[in-house]
Every structure is written in structure tokens, then in C-alpha cells.
Design a protein around this ligand. Structure first.
Ligand code: 5AD
Length: 447
């Protein structure tokens, strides 16, 4: 290792925006910096280095980061030696804009350059004027052999795939995260065993299109099967799969193992064939419907959620109505619903004008949210009277007298903390559901 020229024991605070992969990347950065003597700062005030790990998927996410950056400037004013860095997807996309709009930023680092973070930080310490920038994408980088810095806990992530090759016309991800790469299975197993050894009970495998995972001869179904064999891990989840990359073998593996959770996040994006085509999603509504049917046939209790975008260029009232009726037909347990946000550099931004008025996008989003709320409320209410197996996660956010946890189907369950028993995070308990909102099941422990 080169002499990095920094004082050992420097403290870093990483603030994370966006998806679970960004949270996992922040842990990765923490691990990389940890090997070079950095430790985690408990807060911004005590940090020598503040990194903000960013998301570029919608404009709002980026605006929030600019807001945060001007707020974080105070820490540099208080202590001029503090280094402020922007990492992740926005760093990749907006390197020039960042250095223009936030010229006080010391460091801009893209998602494939984290291995060099210690060197880049050392350089930033010595360079006074220009920020240190490394946004090179690297087709080979999977961060093999590096261990993310994970807080002790019960639920962990493992990134099994980086980048994306799908190029949906609305999406910035392939541009900011580069080409798809599968992490070697032995590396994934190493991390999974490490999690299990440290008492973790649940792992979520992460990839932009996680089920298209491949490394040499290992496909995603093989990978799941390998992970099922890791003693100590009780629950395996993954996100997000791409609809056309489900194989019969994968569905069989999902159905065949209790450890693989009965919950799938399956992004639909639109319920109109012409919009799907314009989005370059590689399926029709009929194919999506068939897939849902096959999965439900193999695993009748499978819970599902989805992502939908309203107001994509060219989306007519009829297209939107088709999306609404598909939502009502499939009945996802919940849904993440978005207004289209044009992203520079994507096919849609270059070729398809973002012409749907904001008011129309808003109205469509509102109607989808209302419809989904009703469906979610019905699905959640239908659990009343059932006994569910719950993995305890900790205290409920609303009331410290209550505990909360999740079902295998990813539903949050809240129940009163018993006065006698000592229940700890990671324990499995049985809860009888007595009431439900559209997002939470409420119950009591079965004694
Ligand atoms: N505008 C709005 N939503 C988007 N998503 C991705 N790109 C955009 C965009 N340009 C949504 C998709 C994706 C989720 C993570 O974010 O629904 O599945």
C-alpha cells in the first residue's frame, strides 16, 4: 500500500441518499477507509471527513443533495481542515455541476472508484483549490475481497451485481453505474458466512436487475441455492428482479426453500404496452401478467410490490387508465409510485420530449396512490385473525412500549412488549394480528 500521508485515526461521517445499494456502498466505503485507519465519526461535528453518498435517479434526489451540501458547508467554516466529498451516482453524472454549484466540495468520487478513496482523500488534503475527481467507470470492479463496515445487527446487504445493462429509456443508472457485473460466488459466500458468524439472521442480495446475475457458470438460481446452505442465515431476500429474467429454475428454487422469503419487488413501470415499449422494458403487460401468475402458482403466499412511473413521454389518458386497471388487477401488497423525471443523457431525454404537464402527472400519481392505498388496506386487513411468524427488529418507532418486526412477506408487525419475556432483535415470535392499517399489522404475542 502506498504511504497515504494521512494521520491515522481520522474520522469519517457518511450520509447516504437513495437506494439500498447506496446504503451498501456506504458500508463498503466505511470498510475501505477502515483498513486505512479511519474510524466512523458519531456525528458531523466530530468528523474530519464528511462524505455524501448520492442518488441520481430523479431530479428531486439531486436537488436535495445540493441543499444538503450548502448546509454541510458550515462544518468546513467551523473547521477548515474538514474534507467534504460527494460520492455515488450524482458524482458520476454531475461532476461539473457539483464543482460549479458547490465549489467548496473537496472530492467527487464515482461508484467504481471507492477502492481509491484513501488515496483520493490524501490528495484532497494536499490540494487547496480544485476538487479531486475520480469518476472512472470500471467494467471489472466488483470490490472483491473487501469487507463492508457493518454495524452489529440482524439484517445485512450483500451487493451481488453492480451496474446495469438494461438501458430502460427513462433510467440514468447504466450511465452512472456502468456495465453489469456479477460478483464472484465465493466472494458472496464469504460475506454471507461473515454475516452469519456475526449473528445476522437476514441477508438481502442487491443488484439493479438482480436475477440477471451471472458469474461464469453460476446464475441467480444457483447463487440462491448456495446461500440457502449458509447456516445461521434464516431469511434470504433479494432486490430488484427484472421481469424477463425469471427462469423456471429460479421460480422452483424460490418455491423450494423456506429461507427464501415470500416477497418480491417486481417493477411493472407501466400497464400500457405502448408505454412499456417506449420505456424499452422488454415485456408486454400480458407477459408480466403471466409471470405473476406463474409465481403465484408456485408460491401462493408470495407478497409483491412494484414500481410505477406516471407521465412518461407520450402516456395518454388511456395508457394511464390501463396502468390503473393493471394495478387493480394484480393487487400488489404495496407500490412505489413516481412521476417521470427527465434525466439528461438517457434515450428518453434525447428523443422523447417530457411534455406531459406537471398538473397531469400529479393528478395521475394521486389517483394511483389512492387506488393502491385502498388495495393495501384490504390486503393488510385480510390478515386480521391470522398468526404470523415475525422476526423481531426492535422497538417500535411510535411507542417504546411496543416492539416491531417483519413477516417473511415483508410486512411490518407491531405488538406490545411483554413485561416478563426478554425478547431481542433477531428472535422469531408468533403474533396474532388484531388490526391493520394500509402499511402495518398490529397484534399481540401468542403466548
Ligand atoms: N423518473 C421517475 N422515476 C424513475 N425511476 C427510475 N428512473 C426514473 C425517472 N427518470 C423509478 C423506476 C425505478 C425506481 C427505482 O425509480 O420506477 O424502478
Amino acid at each position: 500500500m502506498p504511504n497515504l500521508g494521512h494521520r491515522p485515526g481520522r474520522r469519517v461521517f457518511i450520509e447516504t441518499y437513495g437506494c439500498q445499494m447506496n446504503l451498501a456502498d456506504s458500508e463498503l466505503m466505511g470498510g475501505i477507509l477502515g483498513t486505512q485507519g479511519y474510524t466512523a465519526a458519531p456525528n458531523h461535528d466530530e468528523a474530519d471527513v464528511i462524505l455524501i453518498n448520492t442518488c441520481a435517479v430523479r431530479e428531486r434526489a439531486e436537488e436535495r443533495v445540493f441543499g444538503r451540501l450548502s448546509h454541510l458547508l458550515q462544518y468546513k467554516h467551523a473547521r477548515p481542515e474538514v474534507l467534504l466529498g460527494v460520492t455515488g451516482c450524482m458524482a458520476e453524472r454531475l461532476r461539473e455541476t457539483i464543482t460549479e454549484r458547490a465549489p467548496y466540495v473537496d472530492l467527487v468520487v464515482g461508484p467504481d472508484a471507492y477502492r481509491r478513496l484513501p488515496e483520493l482523500l490524501a490528495e484532497a488534503q494536499t490540494v487547496d483549490s480544485d476538487p479531486v475527481v475520480d469518476v472512472k467507470l470500471d467494467r471489472e470492479e466488483t470490490y472483491r475481497g473487501l469487507s463492508p463496515a457493518r454495524e452489529p445487527g440482524i439484517k445485512g446487504w450483500i451487493t451481488v451485481q453492480r451496474g446495469c445493462d438494461k438501458f430502460c429509456t427513462f433510467c440514468i443508472v447504466p450511465f452512472v453505474r456502468g456495465r453489469e457485473r456479477g460478483v464472484a460466488p465465493d466472494e458472496i459466500l464469504r460475506q454471507a458466512r461473515d454475516l452469519a458468524d456475526r449473528g445476522y439472521k437476514e441477508v438481502t442480495l442487491l443488484g439493479q436487475t438482480v436475477n440477471s446475475y451471472r458469474h461464469e457458470d453460476t446464475d441467480f438460481a444457483d447463487l440462491l441455492q448456495l446461500l440457502v446452505g449458509v447456516d445461521g442465515l434464516e431469511r434470504i431476500r433479494f432486490t430488484s428482479p427484472y421481469p424477463t429474467d425469471f427462469t423456471p429454475k429460479l421460480i422452483e428454487v424460490m418455491a423450494g426453500h423456506d429461507k427464501i422469503c415470500n416477497y418480491l419487488h417486481l417493477p411493472l413501470q407501466s400497464g400500457s404496452d405502448s408505454v412499456l415499449e417506449a420505456m424499452k422494458r422488454l415485456y408486454t403487460t400480458g407477459e408480466f401478467r403471466d409471470l405473476v401468475g406463474q409465481i403465484r402458482e408456485a408460491v401462493p403466499k408470495m407478497a409483491m410490490s412494484t414500481d410505477i412511473i406516471v407521465g412518461f413521454p407520450g402516456e395518454t389518458d388511456e395508457d394511464f387508465e390501463a396502468t390503473l386497471s393493471m394495478l387493480q388487477e394484480i393487487r400488489f401488497d404495496f407500490a412505489y409510485l413516481f412521476k417521470y423525471s427527465e434525466r439528461d443523457g438517457t434515450y428518453a431525454a434525447r428523443k422523447l420530449p417530457d411534455e406531459i404537464p406537471e398538473a397531469v402527472k400529479k393528478e395521475r400519481l394521486k389517483r394511483l396512490i389512492e387506488a393502491q392505498e385502498e388495495i393495501s388496506a384490504e390486503i393488510f386487513k385480510a390478515h386480521v385473525g391470522q398468526t404470523m411468524k415475525v422476526m423481531v427488529e426492535g422497538e417500535s418507532r411510535r411507542d417504546e412500549q411496543d416492539l416491531c418486526g417483519r413477516t417473511d412477506t415483508f410486512k411490518t408487525v407491531v405488538f406490545p412488549r411483554p413485561t416478563t419475556d426478554h425478547i431481542k432483535p433477531g428472535d422469531f415470535v408468533e403474533v396474532i394480528v388484531e388490526d391493520a392499517t394500509s402499511h402495518t399489522l398490529l397484534g399481540r404475542l401468542v403466548s
